[in-house]
Design a protein around this ligand. Structure first.
Ligand code: F0G
Length: 435
């Protein structure tokens, strides 16, 4: 099937070969996306094919991304694909979290079950495949942590050299540890995410390194499959809302594009509404959404939040994300550090757990139901983007009651569960446990 890169700007829409190394439109500077001709199969045929592959032992079929390859048909040779069996993440019911969020019911699509513990694996398997197809040797990304962990794994698995750039002292330890273990050359720059992204975009061109940030359109293609898998798991019943955290806004762009395409292909007959949740100290997209003039995003100069994954002040994918949220009839909300911390502990108490950025979803749901924007009886899927083990320091400090938000503001352990230190004395311990 034909696949091309297209500029997303309506006044431009220039097209380029799928094999060109491009991140922005050479004509107008707009963002690029992958576009395809009509698939050969009908909607019922695709549903059947994708479901049947779940019983297959072939590597590509076991991947929750490549299982949907007719939905992301940019490769001409699947020998380039690198799979660690990404995707295949569960939908989990969580009655306690639903109550906390003001809903009758909520379902978590938990992307933390991925091989490197975040939704980035869905995109990275595609980004790494495209890098191999283009014959690139070195790949690079700037990251708040999860992209780098994922890229390190997929690049190493696919025989590429990973180089990662991260803000010095500002990423969760689990993520840094992964990058080191998976063998990435790791460069900690004394600057914030947005500054490093600008730096590395220049370096990538100069040194012929393939950039695997979410401006890379193939990452977005892979992340679309999160929505396809979620719908397949629900026998194609469309939820009312899909709620997700927003940082650089690649995922919002991917979900919106994926859902629109599934509708165009006839697999669903309506779009769920997208609700994007940001942290208060890093909420430029929220401010844009509320602004009268949405033609320009005002970057946050010095973004701050303990949810380091979404500590981004100048999200590159905002034009795509803005279009998708509007197209879906969705909304954008922001939540405080305290709200994120408490929602995270509630998700933990459900036996599920997630990293701080992911918990912004439940905090946002609570706020949106209280405001009447989401009804209690709505069918809501919330996407948990990262695994609970990504940021153990945050958890330990919250439960001990010593977690401090930026500006030295204490985060109260409203759902704290501190450990108890005891002497080596059976009677004392028995007393403690019977009290
Ligand atoms: N949740 C987690 C756990 C993330 O790691 C990220 C982004 C987001 C949410 C936000 O997603 O950027 O698509 O809006 N992490 C990136 C990184 C920026 O470098 O790992 P987004």
């Amino acid at each position: 099937m034909s696949a091309e890169l297209a500029c997303i700007e309506r006044r431009c829409r220039a097209r380029f070969p799928i094999t060109e190394v491009l991140y922005n439109c050479p004509k107008c500077g707009g963002l690029l996306e992958a576009v395809y001709g009509k698939p050969a199969q009908s909607a019922p045929e695709l549903k059947k094919l994708w479901r049947e592959r779940r019983t297959s032992n072939a590597a590509l079929d076991q991947s929750g991304v490549w299982r949907f390859r007719e939905f992301i048909p940019f490769l001409d040779d699947y020998a380039h694909a690198v799979t660690l069996r990404e995707g295949c993440t569960p939908l989990l019911d969580a009655p306690q979290a639903a109550r906390y969020g003001g809903l009758d019911r909520v379902t978590f699509k938990h992307q933390g079950f991925n091989p490197t513990g975040s939704f980035k694996d869905n995109g990275m398997t595609c980004g790494a495949a495209q890098a191999r197809r283009l014959g690139m040797r070195r790949v690079a990304c700037v990251s708040t942590g999860n992209t780098s962990a994922s890229m390190a794994a997929y690049a190493s698995a696919g025989g590429l050299d990973p180089i990662i750039f991260i803000p010095h002292g500002n990423i969760a330890f689990g993520k840094l540890a992964q990058a080191l273990e998976y063998g990435a050359r790791t460069i900690q720059v004394e600057a914030n995410f947005d500054q490093i992204l600008a730096l590395v975009r220049g370096l990538a061109d100069r040194l012929g390194i393939y950039l695997l940030n979410s401006i890379n359109p193939f990452r977005i293609e892979g992340q679309k499959t999160i929505m396809a898998e979620m719908l397949d798991q629900r026998d194609w019943r469309v939820p009312d809302w899909v709620v997700l955290p927003g940082g650089n806004l690649g995922n919002t762009s991917a979900f919106g594009k994926g859902l629109r395409e599934l509708k165009e292909m006839g697999l669903i007959d309506r779009l769920p509404r997208l609700a994007v949740i940001q942290a208060e100290g890093a909420a430029p997209f929220h401010d844009l959404w509320r602004a009268k003039d949405r033609s320009h995003l005002n970057a946050v100069e010095d973004p701050h939040t303990l949810a380091t994954a979404i500590k981004i002040g100048d999200p590159v994918s905002w034009p795509k994300a803005l279009f998708e949220v509007a197209e879906s009839g969705g909304t954008v909300e922001k939540v405080s550090e305290q709200e994120i911390a408490d929602a995270k502990a509630v998700i933990g108490r459900c036996g599920i757990g997630c990293e701080p950025a992911s918990a912004a979803t439940l905090a946002g749901i609570r706020k949106l139901t209280a405001a009447g924007a989401i009804r209690a009886d709505s069918d809501v899927v919330a996407v948990l983007t990262g695994n609970v083990l990504k940021d153990p320091n945050y958890i330990h400090e919250y439960h001990l009651g010593v977690l401090k938000a930026p500006g030295d503001v204490a985060v109260m352990p409203n759902f704290g569960n501190p450990p108890v230190v005891v002497p080596n004395d059976a009677d004392r311990i028995a007393d403690l446990l019977s009290s």
